[in-house]
Design a binder for this molecule. Structure first.
Ligand SMILES: [Zn+2]
Length: 308
C-alpha cells in the first residue's frame, strides 16, 4: 500500500488521490512554507475528501491553504475546485482565461464529458460544483504568482486542451505539467499521450513540447503521476513519438474507412504490444486515460483537419 502523501522536496508534497481505489493514478501537489499553502490540481470531486485528508496529513491546517492552481478544466484535474471553494471559502482559484467560465458554470463541460462517460459520470468524477466567479483569477502565458516560499509561472501549453497551463515553480525548478507531458506512472518507462476531444491539436501539442523542452527544469510532475527527474529528453521523446505514431495509426485507419470501434481495437492492440515489450502491466494507464477518449479525440482531430 502506498502512502497518501509523499514528500517530493522540502516544500512540495504529492497527495495520492487514490482514484477509483487505485494508487498512483491521479496526484495533487501541495506547496507549503510553514505558514500558508498552495495546491496545484484538485483531482475530481469524487476524491475531494481524500485530497483534504492528504492536506492535513502533510501538516497543513485547512485554513492555511489559500491558493488553488489548475492546469486545465478536465474533471480529473479541476473537478473538485468548486467543492473546495465551497468548503474553504478563503481560497482563490487560478486558471487559464478560457477555462474560467467553465469553472463558474460547469454545465457545458458536464454535457461534453457525459458524451464519453455516460452513466459512469458521477461514480468517476463525483458531483461537480461551480466556483464563484469572484474567487477565480485568470492567468495568461508568462504570468507569475507569488506562492508560499516561491513564485509559480504559468506557461501556456496548448495541444491536449487549448486552455492548458503548465506551472513552473521557480524555487524547485519543477514543472507541473497537467496532461501536456503525458501520462507516466511510477515504475514503467512509458509515456502515454492522453488525447481527448474536443480540443486535441497535434501541431500545438508538439509546439508545447518544444517550449517545455527549452525550460531549464529539474523534473516534471505530470498529474498522472509523480515526479520524474533525470533524462527529461527521453521523456519528451517518448511522449512525442507515441503522440505521432498513434495519430498516424488513427489517421490511416480513418482513411481506410474504419470506424471508432475498429480504431479502438487497433489502438488497444498497439498499446498491448508496447506493454508486452516492456513486460509491464497497462491497467493503471487504462484507468488514467480511457481508450474511448483517446480514440474520440484523434477521430475528431482528423475529421476537423480534413474538413478544414
Ligand atoms: Zn486533460
Amino acid at each position: 500500500m502506498t502512502a497518501l502523501i509523499r514528500p517530493l522536496t522540502e516544500q512540495i508534497t504529492l497527495i495520492d488521490l487514490q482514484f477509483q481505489g487505485r494508487v498512483e493514478v491521479i496526484a495533487a501537489y501541495l506547496i507549503y512554507d510553514g505558514d500558508t499553502a498552495a495546491l496545484v490540481e484538485t483531482g475530481p470531486a469524487s476524491t475531494a475528501d481524500t485530497l483534504l485528508e492528504g492536506v492535513q496529513a502533510a501538516g497543513v491546517p485547512l485554513e492555511a491553504l489559500r491558493q488553488i492552481f489548475v492546469t486545465h478544466i478536465h474533471l480529473d484535474h479541476s473537478g473538485a475546485a468548486g467543492v473546495l471553494a465551497g468548503r474553504l471559502p478563503w481560497t482563490t482559484v487560478y486558471v487559464h482565461p478560457v477555462g474560467a467560465p467553465h469553472l463558474s458554470d460547469p454545465s457545458k463541460l458536464l454535457v461534453s464529458a457525459a458524451r464519453i462517460y455516460g452513466d459512469k459520470m458521477e461514480t468517476l468524477w463525483g458531483r461537480i460544483a461551480p466556483v464563484p466567479a469572484e474567487r477565480i483569477v485568470t492567468l495568461n502565458d508568462g504570468d507569475a504568482v507569488a506562492i508560499p516560499g516561491s513564485t509559480l509561472r504559468a506557461l501556456a501549453t496548448p495541444g491536449h486542451a487549448k486552455h492548458h497551463h503548465t506551472f513552473f515553480d521557480e524555487r524547485s525548478a519543477l514543472l507541473f505539467t497537467g496532461d501536456v507531458a503525458g501520462v507516466r506512472l511510477p515504475g514503467v518507462k512509458y509515456v502515454r499521450p492522453p488525447t481527448p476531444p474536443p480540443e486535441l491539436d497535434l501541431e500545438e501539442w508538439r509546439a508545447s513540447i518544444a517550449k517545455l523542452r527549452a525550460v531549464d527544469a529539474s523534473g516534471v510532475c505530470p498529474t498522472h503521476f509523480g515526479l520524474f527527474r533525470g533524462n527529461l529528453a527521453w521523456h519528451w521523446n517518448d511522449l512525442e513519438q507515441r503522440l505521432v505514431t498513434w495519430g498516424e495509426l488513427t489517421r490511416a485507419a480513418l482513411a481506410r474507412g474504419e470506424g471508432a470501434v475498429e480504431i479502438l481495437a487497433r489502438l488497444k492492440a498497439q498499446a498491448a504490444d508496447e506493454f508486452r515489450a516492456l513486460k509491464a502491466d497497462p491497467s493503471s494507464y487504462d484507468v488514467a486515460v480511457s481508450y474511448e477518449s483517446l480514440v474520440a479525440g484523434y477521430v475528431r482531430y482528423w475529421s476537423k483537419k480534413n474538413s478544414g
